[in-house]
Design a protein. Structure first.
Length: 369
């Protein structure tokens, strides 16, 4: 293999696939990325056997070929080179990759390309089209509530609930639930389908997407895999084999208390009170009295914090406790100026959403204080 490429182009390619590569792996080949120069383009691949990322650029090779190189070293070398450097990449007779700039030369160890595992030939049976902006919005609106290393493995990912005219993304860690629904989709199937994308796949796919672009993204889905195509990057991930909890049953339909609050004012009050909350349980108490909300916290050092908010409330006195981190994360992910807070009893969950955009809803379970 022998090619000439700009430092900026090469860096963008490596950066697009590096997220799939684990820093340490029991298989050395999985610490490498694959370079393939053929057919008028250069394509890079990275994988950890669960997700695969590939990125390409049009490029005519002086000598076509494929090789794998250590991913992190390759990225660090490229990152360290001066801007506007033109690089010569060549595999020599000892199967080492030579990287030459104007006054720089590096020689990297390699492994054969035929040892690199690829997820190329996967039959897909369901196709979904959605804009890049809408998909990123869906992932970012719900991804923060995913579990991390929970023994209930199906919670360590995000549910895609796909129907003929909508896509709902759902995540929960058992303490809170995030739901976003969009109708900005086109699908080739009339059948509903539920799949669970692993946590790492969610994070990498979101990282690849540009939330300002209205370009269409194609999602191809099989019983075991999902694949997404952007203009220059292809993302493939295995799916979690499991049954997701009934999220619709976790969302209350009616409420005895519905409060309309200034979202930023509520956020700031919660943040201030959280400073003196118990570091382990992060509990705060919300008390409702006539036209008043009181937010309080304390900790084992007997330190206390208290904030008062004027609200429109005419009901009986009411108290409920929450993990302030969970409530704050939900409120921070709302976009509007107003937040609805809907409650029933001190033992039941709270629902919060933006009244001007009900496509996103968050549920937070209460705690005993």
């Amino acid at each position: 293999m022998k090619i000439t490429i700009s430092k900026e182009t090469l860096f963008d390619l490596i950066n697009s696939v590096i997220g799939a590569v684990e820093k340490r792996n029991t298989r050395q080949i999985l610490e490498n990325i694959l370079l393939r120069a053929e057919g008028g383009k250069l394509t890079l691949f990275g994988t950890d056997m669960e997700i695969e990322l590939s990125a390409y650029t049009p490029l005519k090779a002086e000598v076509e070929g494929s090789i794998t190189v250590p991913a992190r070293k390759f990225l660090d070398i490229c990152k360290s080179l001066p801007a506007d450097t033109l690089l010569l990449l060549e595999v020599n007779e000892n199967q080492r990759l030579i990287i030459e700039g104007i006054r720089s030369r590096f020689e990297l160890s390699t492994l054969p390309a035929d040892e690199f595992p690829l997820l190329d030939q996967i039959p897909m049976d369901h196709e979904l089209q959605i804009t890049e902006k809408a998909l990123k919005t869906s992932l970012d609106a719900t991804g923060f509530a995913m579990a991390n290393q929970d023994v209930r493995y199906y919670l360590n990912g995000m549910l895609f609930d796909i129907s003929a005219d909508s896509l709902a993304t759902v995540s929960t860690d058992g303490h809170r639930l995030a739901l976003h629904q969009t109708t900005e989709i086109e699908t080739n199937s009339e059948n509903s389908q539920q799949i669970i994308l692993p946590r790492k796949g969610v994070l990498e796919l979101s990282r690849l997407l540009d939330g300002t672009r209205e370009l269409p993204i194609t999602l191809e889905i099989s019983s075991n895999h999902i694949r997404a195509h952007t203009d220059t990057v292809r993302f493939t991930s295995k799916l979690i084999d499991g049954r997701y909890p009934d999220y619709k049953g976790a969302i209350p339909v009616t409420f005895s208390i519905e409060l309309t609050l200034d979202r930023l004012q509520l956020r700031d009050s919660l943040q201030r009170v959280s400073i003196l909350s118990n570091e382990k349980f992060r509990g705060v108490k919300l008390s409702l009295k006539k036209d008043l909300m009181i937010i309080e916290s304390n900790n084992p050092e007997q330190e206390t914090a208290k904030e008062e908010l004027d609200i429109n409330y005419e009901g009986d006195d009411f108290e409920i406790g929450f993990n302030v981190t969970y409530l704050l994360e939900a409120i921070n992910h709302l976009k509007g100026e107003t937040a609805m807070l809907c409650l029933n009893s001190p033992e039941s969950s709270v629902l919060t959403y933006d009244p001007e955009d009900e496509s996103t809803r968050y549920i937070v379970m209460p705690i005993k204080l």
